[in-house]
Design a protein around this ligand. Structure first.
Ligand code: HAM
Length: 426
């Protein structure tokens, strides 16, 4: 038997109803904040992620699904392609490619699959889904303003509330600008120099090439050493300190609760200044429902114009896991099951179904070969509210038997009264 690849999975009804509920709510909430959808390709040039996300990150160094493509054209031969492990680099590439700076401030969102070769476990998949948003534009459009950061975080709080997700924590930090990072990396390098030999192989490498990435280490034995390292907060320059202070002030005045966490540096290289994660207790070890932050230098590092930006991505798989709403409750069941009785009645049943569906009534059709008992049993199993019996007699008189399955109650209803009766109840 051929099975789905490890770390990927099928999403089936009724569970998909929960995913629809999440995505519909997301679209409604984001629209109110004036975000619009962008769809970028699922695969891109490998170089985009190497330069955007960073060579030393776990994502790029270990987790990407990359292949050498045997393109037909000379320019495509042996091109290195990668299934996107995240969507921010793709959005910023599109921003540069389509000159979106001309539009001023861009507020874009996306919903779609991402791919990382991580060790599969609860809440962690190799094909997973993200719902993300990016705010990006020239500085003159206000893209750098702390109000953008606060607005994005407030939108996330509003979204989680709308979805009925309680008990989340917003962890907030500022990781400074590029100049702060140089000083901080230097301090980390110095602090790591005498102890790095006691650390794992990855950390020994990181300590030299990109010391900030030491904080991504999951090896338990390394944690006491990491605990003693200097904190980024001490290295922020005055403008970064002020920016972060304003973000916190606006957030507080909007009533969005947050926790400061000066250990939060995020696992992607493009971040500057504000960095954040929303965590949820019900998720266990993989407790981050979402993460994001500013990336004021990303466009330039991809060869584009200066374009400060900020964004986030929600792990949709994890978001769905933290919903209290059940899939059954979100699943729309048939309003009516039409039971055609006797030869030639499929045609009539189909016409009836067409009339009812025009009224947005959910209809399931039986088959003329079914006995009435089988039709009623099928209707009950599907959770239909009504069974509509359509035999020769009913079609010729134009009066149909409508049975409310849970109550066992039955009523004769004229054809033109059917939609209204089904909507209102017997
Ligand atoms: P990230 O923290 O790598 O950030 O991923 C965001 C979220 O995606 C995580 O918090 C988690 O919920 C979910 N996620 C990540 N990996 C997996 C996995 N293997 N299985 C299930 N869920 C997963 C980013 O991707 C950035 N692009 C976010 C961003 C947008 N920053 C600025 N703009």
């Amino acid at each position: 038997m051929i099975k789905a690849i490890r770390g990927t999975r099928d999403l089936l009804p009724p569970d998909t109803a929960l995913w629809d509920f999440v995505e519909n709510t997301v679209r409604q909430v984001f629209a109110v904040y004036n975000f619009h959808e962008i769809r970028t390709p699922i695969f891109e040039a490998t170089e985009l992620f190497a330069r955007g996300v960073g060579e030393e990150t776990d994502i790029v160094s270990k987790e990407m699904f990359t292949w050498e493509d045997r393109g037909r054209a000379e320019s495509e031969k042996n091109q290195s392609l990668t299934l996107r492990p995240e969507n921010t680099a793709g959005v910023v590439r599109a921003y540069i490619e389509h000159n979106l700076q001309q539009r001023g401030l861009n507020k874009l969102y996306y919903i779609g699959p991402q791919f990382r070769r991580e060790r599969p476990q609860k809440g962690r998949y190799r094909q997973f889904y993200q719902i993300g948003a990016e705010v990006i534009g020239p500085a003159s459009s206000g893209s750098e303003s702390p109000v953008r950061d606060a607005e994005l975080l407030e939108m996330l709080a509003a979204l989680l509330d709308r979805l009925g997700i309680q008990g989340w924590t917003l962890q907030l930090n500022s990781i400074g600008c590029a100049a702060d990072r140089v000083r901080y990396n230097e301090a980390l390098r110095q602090a790591l120099e005498p102890v790095k030999n006691k650390m794992c192989a990855d950390c020994q490498r990181r300590a030299v090439s990109n010391p900030l990435r030491v904080f991504d280490c999951k090896v338990p034995e390394d944690q006491p050493i990491i605990e003693t390292l200097p904190r980024i907060g001490q290295f922020l320059d005055e403008p970064c300190r002020k920016h972060f202070g304003q973000v916190r002030e606006i957030l507080s005045s909007a009533g969005v609760p947050f926790t400061l966490n000066d250990r939060l540096v995020r696992g992607l290289d493009y971040y500057t200044r504000t960095a954040f994660e929303f965590t949820h207790g019900a998720l266990g070890a993989q407790n981050a429902i979402l993460g994001g932050g500013r990336y004021d230098g990303l466009s330039e590092s991809l060869g584009g114009p200066p374009a400060p930006g900020i964004g986030f991505a929600i792990g949709e798989d994890r978001l769905v896991m933290s919903l209290s709403r059940s899939a059954e409750a979100a699943f729309r069941k048939p309003d009516v099951y039409i039971a055609p009785l006797g030869p030639g009645m499929n045609k009539e049943a189909m016409r009836l179904a067409r009339e009812l569906r025009r009224h947005n009534i959910v209809v399931e059709l039986g088959d003329e070969s079914f006995r009435l008992k089988k039709s009623l049993e099928t209707a009950s199993r599907l959770g239909a509210k009504y069974a509509l019996i359509s035999g020769e007699n009913e079609v010729s008189t134009g009066v149909f038997a409508l049975k409310e399955l849970a109550k066992g109650e039955q009523k004769s209803v004229a054809r033109d009264q059917l939609p209204g009766t089904i909507e209102r109840g017997l």
